[in-house]
Design a protein around this ligand. Structure first.
Ligand code: FAD
Length: 403
C-alpha cells in the first residue's frame, strides 16, 4: 500500500556528534527523548545531544505493554503520575504525532474483602489528587467485562477499582514523536554511540567517553532504564537498583473481547487488547538479575496459568510473539529523578515495570531539574536520598504492579 509514496524524508537527522554540548542525555528511550524535547521546548536549551548505544526506541519504550494510568496511592507518586496522565491527554496535539492514545480505562480486580477495602482507600487517594476513580461492585464488573471468569471458586471477582481516563498508547510512536519534536528544535540524536565512561574533574562531570570518542558536556543526564546501575557505576555510584527481565506476550488478532485494561488481583497478570485485536499481556519478573532482553520458559507457563484462571479463553488463542525487557527495579517500587553527588550529573531511573506511563512527566521533570538545578514541583519526593533517610515511597504492591 505504500509503494506509490515518493520523496519521503527521514523524520529526524542522523548527525555526527559535536565535540561538546551544553547538555548530554544518555539513552534514547522514551525518557531520554522526552527530556531532550522538554529541555528545548520548556527551557529553550537546544544545545543538547541524546546518545544511544543501539537504535532509538529499541529499549523498553518499544517493549512494554503500553498501559498508561494514574492510579497510585502514595503522596509523591500520585502527583507525579497525575501530571503524566494530563500530559498524555494532550500529547498528540503537543507533538503533532498520532501516538494512538486510547482512554479505554483500566480495572484492578478485587477477589477478597481486604482488597476491596484497600481499593476504596486507593480510589480516595486518587480522587483527592484530582483524578478519576470508581469502585465497582461485582455486578457492575460482570456487566462491563463479560469475557472474564467471574465465578472461579478460588478467586471469585468481588469488584474492582476502575479509572476510565487510563488506557493504552502506541509505544514506538511515543518515542518517534518525541524524537521528531526534539530534532526539529535542534537536538542531536546520535545512535550507535555507547557511553563507556565519564570524565569527572574536581567533583564535576565534564563529559563522557563514548564508542565515538570523548564528548564534552556542561551537564549530563542518565536515562538508561535497565542499564542504570551499570552506567552509574562508571561514575563511581552504587545505586539501590537491580536489573531484572520482564516478559510480555501477544496473541493473534481476535474480535473485540476486552473493552479495556484488566489486572488480576490474585496473580501477577494484566491484559488488554490492541487495536489490531491481539491480546497483549504479561505478569511477573523472571526473578533473577539479568541483562538479557529475552525471557525464560518457566515464567511463560506461570503467566499463562494466572491468565487462564482469569480468562480461560486465553488457552484457545495462538500466541504470536513474546519478548523481554530489562527493568530497573528500585527497592521501594518508585522512581528516582534527582541530582547525584557529582556536580552536573543527574539521575533518572528506578522505573520498575511502570515507566512507560511516566514518559511525558519524567521528561518534563528531568528537563526541569537539569535546566534549573531544582526539582520540579511534580517530582519533589522522587529523591535518591530517601533510601538513606528511610522516607521510602513503598508502592511495591500497587505502583510497581507490572502495568
Ligand atoms: P529504554 O527504552 O530502555 O531507554 C533506555 C535507553 O538507554 C535504551 O535505548 C538503551 O539502549 C540506552 N542505553 C543504555 N546504556 C547506554 C549507554 N551506556 N550508552 C548509551 N545508551 C545507553 N510501563 C508502563 O508504564 N506500562 C506498561 O504496560 C509497561 N509494560 C512493560 C512490559 C515489559 C515487557 C517491559 C520490559 C516494560 C514495561 N513497562 C511498562 C516499563 C517501561 O517500558 C519502562 O519503565 C520504560 O520504558 C523505561 O524508560 P525508557 O523508555 O527511557 O527506557
Amino acid at each position: 500500500g505504500l509503494r506509490g509514496q515518493r520523496g519521503w524524508q527521514p523524520a529526524w537527522r542522523d548527525p555526527a556528534p559535536k565535540l561538546a554540548y551544553q547538555v548530554i542525555i544518555i539513552g534514547a528511550g522514551g525518557h531520554g527523548l522526552a527530556t531532550a524535547y522538554y529541555l528545548a521546548k520548556n527551557h529553550g536549551i537546544t544545545d543538547v545531544a541524546v546518545l544511544e548505544r543501539g537504535w532509538l526506541g529499541g529499549g523498553n519504550v518499544g517493549r512494554n505493554t503500553t498501559i498508561v494510568r494514574a492510579n497510585y496511592h502514595l503522596d509523591g507518586n500520585t502527583e507525579f503520575y497525575s501530571h503524566s496522565l494530563k500530559l498524555w491527554e494532550g500529547l498528540e496535539q503537543e507533538l503533532n504525532y498520532n501516538v494512538m492514545m486510547s482512554q479505554r480505562g483500566i480495572i484492578n480486580l478485587a477477589h477478597s474483602d481486604g482488597q476491596m477495602d484497600f481499593y476504596a482507600r486507593r480510589g480516595n487517594a486518587m480522587r483527592m489528587q484530582g483524578d478519576d476513580a470508581e469502585l465497582l461492585d461485582r455486578d457492575r464488573v460482570r456487566r462491563a467485562y463479560p469475557g472474564l471468569n467471574h465465578d472461579n471458586p478460588r478467586f471469585p471477582i468481588l469488584g474492582g477499582l476502575r479509572q476510565r481516563r487510563a488506557g493504552t498508547a502506541r509505544h514506538d510512536a511515543v518515542a518517534w514523536g518525541f524524537a521528531r519534536g526534539a530534532d526539529r528544535r535542534g537536538v542531536d540524536l546520535v545512535q550507535n554511540c555507547e557511553v563507556t565512561g565519564f570524565r569527572i574533574e574536581r567533583g564535576r562531570v565534564t563529559g563522557v567517553e563514548t564508542t565515538r570518542g570523548f564528548i564534552g558536556a556542561g551537564k549530563v543526564g542518565m536515562a538508561v532504564a535497565g542499564r542504570t546501575s551499570q552506567v552509574a557505576q562508571m561514575a563511581g555510584l552504587r545505586l539501590p537498583i537491580e536489573s531484572h527481565v520482564l516478559q510480555a506476550f501477544v496473541t493473534e488478532g481476535l474480535k473485540p473481547v476486552l473493552p479495556g485494561v484488566v489486572t488480576f488481583g490474585m496473580g501477577h497478570f494484566y491484559i488488554s487488547q490492541s487495536d489490531k485485536g491481539g491480546l497483549v499481556y504479561g505478569g511477573d519478573l523472571d526473578f533473577y538479575n539479568s541483562y538479557a532482553a529475552r525471557g525464560n520458559l518457566p515464567m511463560i507457563e506461570h503467566v499463562h496459568e494466572a491468565g487462564m484462571a482469569l480468562m480461560p479463553m486465553l488457552g484457545r488463542a495462538r500466541m504470536l510473539r513474546h519478548w523481554g525487557g530489562i527493568m530497573d527495579m528500585s527497592m521501594d517500587g518508585s522512581p528516582i529523578i534527582d541530582r547525584t553527588p557529582i556536580d552536573g550529573l543527574y539521575l533518572n531511573g528506578g522505573w520498575c515495570y511502570g515507566g512507560f506511563k511516566a514518559t511525558p512527566a519524567s521528561g518534563w521533570c528531568f528537563a526541569h531539574l537539569i535546566a534549573t538545578d531544582r526539582p520540579s514541583p511534580h517530582a519533589m519526593r522522587l529523591r535518591l536520598d530517601r533510601f538513606e533517610t528511610g522516607h521510602v515511597l513503598d508502592e511495591e504492591g500497587t505502583g510497581a504492579q507490572p502495568n
